[in-house]
Design a protein around this ligand. Structure first.
Ligand SMILES: C[S@@+](CC[C@H](N)C(=O)[O-])C[C@H]1O[C@@H](n2cnc3c(N)ncnc32)[C@H](O)[C@@H]1O
Length: 311
């Protein structure tokens, strides 16, 4: 079992270890306080939006606006601190909070994009417009060290398979690999059907963190997601050959189940790129292995005793 400790935090054991990542069942503040300055390549944050949702007893999702912003600025400060020069930060939230987060982040990082992530089937909001998008803020710590242009397949009709647009007569000029990804994502509606969800509250479609990861990191880079939820970022990182570290203050079972379903869970050593981000860490023997070892020692002792009796 991998565990970390630091002068500001108590000793913490990992909730699970995968081939390329480690999750801690703790407040993200604790995890941050164990991470070295300038050690993370990319951070993806999908915090509670302060919309009075139920994330369990550990989370109050109906703070006063000022309190919510103060809390948010405290983890944003930590993101800025632990990000490597040229590293990228993505923060997903409703436009109301993205405006304040952007103004705050402008002091420390370089603005890259406000990506509009479209929502389908939203609800009327009294004397307001229908909210049809969330914001995904994309910032970099100085000049981004990695930026990959992504492409989307040319859209086709899901009924007849024919292409939806005619591209004004310039179809032949399109890159066969697809259309350039823009800052308007309308193919990313939330995971709504129970069957496909790992948990009840707000789980992102993995394509959202996956695009952020593919755009701004290379294989072997280290990604941090402080608000684990159902583990969309961790699975996307794992399946794309990136290392990851995360925290989840509530139930970690959905993440563990999801990693397990994808064949990613291990009970062994945490990768060196992960160990390198911590000030202090240590290995505790895995409980199951220890128990098995104790059991075999006990059997051996009984056998020895029997043999001793017989001679
Ligand atoms: C919106 S959800 C994240 C969903 C995730 N991106 C996914 O796709 O599955 C926010 C998560 O942050 C967790 N959380 C809230 N406050 C936290 C804190 N201080 N430290 C760690 N996790 C926290 C909540 O329990 C919740 O699971």
């Amino acid at each position: 079992m991998f565990a970390i400790s630091g002068h500001k935090m108590k000793f913490m054991s990992a909730a699970c270890i995968s081939r390329r990542g480690v999750l801690f069942n703790c407040d993200c503040t604790e995890l941050f306080s164990a991470i070295k300055n300038s050690s993370i390549d990319m951070i993806f944050c999908d915090p509670p939006f302060n919309l009075n949702k139920d994330y369990g007893t550990e989370v109050n999702d109906s703070l006063k606006d000022k309190e919510y912003l103060e809390w948010s600025y405290s983890w944003i400060d930590e993101c800025v601190r632990v990000l490597k020069p040229g590293g990228s930060l993505f923060v997903y939230n409703i436009p109301k909070w993205c405006i304040s987060f952007g103004a705050y982040l402008d002091q420390y990082l370089e603005f890259r994009h406000w990506i509009a992530v479209c929502m389908k089937n939203t609800f009327p909001r009294g004397r307001k417009l229908y909210p049809a998008h969330y914001g995904l803020l994309y910032y970099a710590k100085g000049e981004p060290k990695t930026f990959h242009k992504l492409r989307n397949p040319i859209p086709v009709c899901r009924h007849c398979g024919g292409e939806i647009k005619d591209y004004g007569g310039h179809r032949k000029k399109l890159n066969p690999k697809g259309l350039n990804l823009t800052d308007f994502w309308d193919d990313t509606s939330p995971v709504r059907h129970r069957k496909f969800k790992k948990r009840s509250a707000n789980e992102l479609k993995p394509i959202i963190p996956e695009r952020a990861i593919l755009m701004s990191t290379n294989p072997e880079d280290v990604i941090l997601d402080p608000f684990g939820g159902g583990g969309s970022t961790y699975v996307a990182a794992e399946l794309n050959g990136r290392y990851w570290v995360g925290s989840e203050i509530g139930d970690c079972t959905p993440v563990i189940e999801r990693l397990s379903e994808n064949g990613c869970l291990v009970s062994g050593e945490v990768g060196k790129p992960i160990r390198d981000i911590f000030e202090q860490y240590e290995y505790m023997p895995d409980e199951k292995v220890v128990n098995e070892r104790y059991a075999s020692v006990a059997v051996q002792k009984s056998l020895d005793a029997l043999v001793g009796c017989g001679s």
